[in-house]
Design a protein around this ligand. Structure first.
Ligand SMILES: *Cc1c(COP(=O)(O)O)cnc(C)c1O
Length: 398
């Protein structure tokens, strides 16, 4: 068989700059393309494939579910929703859950909760604090909350009611909201993903929790990328010992089956009432089964501990091999959500790494992002570093 190079189809809308490979199957942290070439998966479908590919426990469970029910409707009770919601409540220490289908949908629901929370308190024009470099999705409202002018460009007018502040600066948020009675919520990622793997500091998170309590604001933490075990705790904010009022989840929650969820604490749990919000697909039995099984398997296989342990190993290895190179600015992140920032744009690495048999991403132009499946082994982590190191040296030498 001769190798084929997939080309863009005129029938698929041209919204992505794609690497010219097409993947055909996967097993664990490895995938193979249509030509049989093997890749180590340092991307995990962008922090989605929590359990890797073709997991021996997940696949039969999903097969079983498909033979029972894929979709019913939210006209009826969905017992698997109740099961997954109860588990998320247990793991988060929060109160209840709304299910949807993606990250932006979870964030959209969070924004609606914040606005209605304000309106219910008599605030007619509620405002929400958001962050520089934040990423919350591509719908009109979540794009407006996103702090990246490139993402806004061409899609104005933006949704109003957002106040933007820099990360990790408690004085800046106090100043930006001073004497403003319309603020209802603060909305942020514990570790910014698309923005370049930028962690909020523990002390800042604690100060922010206190500020939200003092002012009666909802603390809304977008854990779409950093949540569901990726940092070594169920949710990344748990490293700071805080509990949010609203927490959107998505990416890793279904191990690849589309799913979104908004978890609410007591202040936010009863804001939405019948008729206020809804979705056709959200909470369908197939997605709920994927969520239930993902969390169950993560517990059974100790994947939080694995993410922490292998993440530390990977970070240390990256630091050892790359940390002292003059063009490497910083290596940061937590668990299996790591970024290597270079002093120059390095988008070319996505294609070059693929050629070398490694899947990864580059975000914020100059940050190499690794968000592999949480089943990654230390041997596989070493292999990522071995494949990546010469590519980084080469691009820095150009
Ligand atoms: C990916 C992502 C989103 C958007 O999720 P989609 O499923 O692509 O809509 C929102 N917030 C964060 C932090 C993300 O990483």
């Amino acid at each position: 068989m001769t190798a084929t190079t997939p080309a863009a189809s005129p029938h698929v809308m041209n919204t992505y700059g794609r690497v010219p490979i097409a993947l055909a199957r996967g097993q664990g942290c490895r995938v193979w393309d249509v030509n049989g070439k093997e890749y180590l998966d340092g991307l995990g479908g962008i922090a989605v494939n929590t359990l890797g590919h073709n997991h021996a426990k997940l696949v039969p469970a999903l097969q079983d579910q498909i033979t029972k029910l894929i979709h019913t409707s939210n006209y009826y009770h969905v017992p698997l929703q109740e099961q997954l919601a109860a588990k998320l409540v247990e793991l988060s220490g929060m109160q209840n859950v709304f299910f949807c289908n993606s990250g932006l949908e979870a964030n959209e629901a969070a924004l609606k909760i914040a606005r209605k929370y304000g309106v219910d308190k008599g605030i007619a024009k509620p405002e929400i604090v958001v962050y520089e470099k934040a990423f919350h999705g591509r719908s009109i409202a979540t794009m407006s909350a996103t702090g990246n002018p490139k993402i806004h460009s061409g899609f104005g007018p933006l949704v109003e009611g957002f106040i933007r502040v820099p990360m990790n600066d408690i004085e800046a948020i106090k100043k930006a909201t001073q004497d403003n009675p319309n603020v209802v919520a603060v909305f942020f990622e514990t570790i910014q993903g698309e923005g370049g793997i930028n962690p909020m500091r523990v002390e800042y998170l604690q100060q922010l929790r206190q500020l939200c309590d003092e002012r009666g604001w909802l603390m809304m933490i977008d854990e779409v990328q950093c949540g569901v075990g990726r940092t070594g705790k169920w949710f990344a904010h748990q490293w700071a010992g805080i509990v949010p009022d609203v927490m959107p989840l998505a990416k890793g929650l279904g191990s690849g089956v589309p799913i979104g969820a908004v978890v609410a604490g007591p202040k936010a749990a009863n804001v939405l009432q019948p008729g206020n919000h809804g979705t056709t697909f959200g909470g369908n039995p197939l997605a709920m089964r994927a969520g239930v099984e993902t969390l169950r398997i993560m517990e059974e296989e100790g994947l939080l501990q694995n993410a922490a342990k292998v993440g530390d190993h990977l970070r240390a290895a990256l630091q050892r091999e790359l940390g002292s190179l003059p063009g490497v600015k910083e290596i940061r992140g937590q668990g299996l959500m790591l970024g290597v920032e270079l002093n120059k744009p390095c988008g070319a690495l996505i294609g070059r790494a693929a050629e070398a048999g490694l899947l990864l991403s580059v975000t914020a132009d100059s940050v190499i992002r690794l968000v592999p499946p949480l089943i990654l082994t230390t041997a596989e982590a070493d292999e990522i570093v071995a494949k990546l190191t010469p590519l980084v040296k080469a691009i820095l030498a150009e």
